[in-house]
Design a protein around this ligand. Structure first.
Ligand SMILES: [Zn+2]
Ligand SMILES: [Zn+2]
Length: 339
């Protein structure tokens, strides 16, 4: 007889976060102040403004009920310049210390936004400054260096990036895959990568998943192409403090969503129990071949499910989809975490 083990506890408060966002400091259209107000008024608790190659501390915008995470987005390309037919990689770096605005592996070819308003003059540079190299080896070294300097790293929008899948599966050290990037989803219709995530988990990669807007706000609120408020991450910290939120992210106490929410997921006596908002389908993946699923009858929805877990499952993750086609996804949990 096993004890009940919560993968998502009904007793933990969930905080809504957008972990990927651009402002006028790079190629976004809104100021940091406007972004904070927009997200706060839409019920978000946490925002990371992650401008391209521009580490910046936005703590002055934080208040008692709204947290600003410090971070930025980095590029690594075969030839530094943007090429719409070539591969590239984007990583988000989040600083454990909100005051940490170090630039990892500075490469002047990517410094256009820093040069625009002389922010480059006060830049704190760390790591290796040879020209960035688009190779698995260099990228893994980059992630390692970022971690040594107090950052945790996410792997962003794999479909948009056109990165080779074989390379993606070799990247190491990042803590979470951006399973849905809403900005890209709006432009390419396919930036939801549950299938890629399963490949990572099948390979035994202990990587979490999150959703984010990657908003640039070229279209106003209410416009069908508005890239805000489409994908988010629910984070479940012990308390609402920067440290605690960071701990929760590092421990994978979070899930990705485009709308649906999870109320509870628990494992007991070899069974998994799921409670969520009203959805069309509930899937439990233990690999790609044999997920368990509950699908609502035509015109109906479901909000809970119970399945027997296969003892030999290499991992478990839950994915639901609502009547609008919006997903929510937990991370993968491995046998040692659920027994
Ligand atoms: Zn990007
Ligand atoms: Zn971005």
């Amino acid at each position: 007889m096993n004890m009940k083990k919560y993968l998502i506890s009904p007793d933990k408060k969930q905080y809504k976060a957008n972990l990927h966002c651009h402002s006028v400091l790079s190629d976004g259209c809104k100021t940091p102040e406007e972004l904070k107000e927009m997200y706060k008024s839409h019920g978000y608790d946490i925002l990371a403004i992650t401008d391209h190659e521009r580490p910046r501390d936005h703590q002055s915008l934080a208040d008692e009920d709204f947290m600003m995470l410090t971070g930025y987005e980095c590029y690594i390309r075969p030839n530094a310049r943007y090429d719409k037919y070539d591969r590239e990689i984007h990583l988000n770096l989040f600083a454990r210390d909100p005051k940490n605005i170090k630039m990892v592996n500075f490469d002047e070819r990517y410094a256009a936004y820093l040069k625009r308003d002389n922010a480059i003059d006060t830049l704190v540079r760390v790591g290796d400054e040879r020209p960035r190299e688009y190779s698995v080896e260099y990228i893994n070294e980059y992630i390692k260096t970022a971690k040594e300097h107090g950052y945790i790293v996410t792997y962003n929008h794999p479909y948009w990036s056109m990165d080779n899948e074989s390379d993606i599966l070799e990247y190491d050290g990042y803590f979470s895959l951006e399973i849905c990037n809403y900005g890209s989803y709006l432009t390419n219709n396919l930036e939801y990568c549950g299938a890629l995530y399963d490949k990572m988990l099948c390979k035994g990669k202990r990587v979490f998943c999150h959703g984010a807007d990657d908003n640039h706000n070229g279209y106003p609120e209410g416009h069908p192409r508005c890239d805000s408020f489409g994908a988010f991450t629910m984070i479940m910290p012990d308390e609402f403090s920067y440290d605690s939120v960071f701990d929760a992210m590092e421990k994978g106490e979070m899930y990705a969503s485009m709308g649906p929410t999870f109320k509870e997921i628990s494992v007991e006596d070899g069974n998994i129990h799921i409670e969520c908002s009203d959805v069309k389908s509930i899937f439990v993946y233990v690999g790609s071949k044999t997920p368990s699923c509950l699908i609502a009858n035509e015109g109906e929805t479901v909000n809970c499910a119970d399945f027997k877990l296969d003892e030999n499952a290499r991992y478990v993750r839950v994915s639901v989809r609502d009547i609008y086609g919006r997903w929510a996804d937990t991370r993968g949990f491995f046998p040692d975490e659920i027994k």
